[in-house]
Design a protein around this ligand. Structure first.
Ligand SMILES: [Cu+2]
Length: 141
């Protein structure tokens, strides 16, 4: 094997490793990941995921600080169910609970929700909302 072909196969291996990495973040229920949305210090990663009706989205706190997954009351499509870590009935209940120290997802923990209605669901993290820690789940028929 000459030098040129060694370099070429090295480049291909790198491209393959990169695409495998992206697959973890881009596909709900991805083959190689145990979660769909990670949580860094102040962001959901990725901020938007697209799934199908009936799919379960798993969030995992991949950072060292506590976060919440809290839907906006106004960010739920017609007929859609409200969702929040801590399983609160609405946004205000989740905000009130956070003040009491409830509803958080600690480092390494997960939260999951199954989406039964098509549309876009918008959510945020209560302690980091001001740092724009927001996300959305687009549910397709
Ligand atoms: Cu947060």
């Amino acid at each position: 094997m000459n030098r040129r072909s060694v370099l070429a196969s090295g480049a291909l291996a790198t491209a393959g490793a990169l695409s495998g990495c992206l697959a973890v973040f881009n596909s709900a229920g991805g083959a190689s990941g145990d979660y769909d949305v990670g949580m860094s210090d102040s962001a959901f990663e990725p901020a938007t995921v697209t799934v199908s009706v009936g799919d379960t989205v798993v969030w995992k706190n991949t950072s060292g600080r506590s976060h919440t997954v809290t839907a906006y009351d106004t960010g739920i499509p017609e007929g859609g169910a409200y969702f929040a870590s801590g399983e609160f009935a609405d946004e205000q209940a989740a905000r009130d609970a956070w003040q009491r120290g409830a509803g958080g997802i600690v480092s390494g923990d997960t939260y999951e929700h199954t989406f039964e209605t098509a549309g876009e669901f918008q959510y945020f993290c209560i302690p980091h909302e001001r740092q724009s820690m927001v996300g959305s789940v687009v549910v397709e028929d």
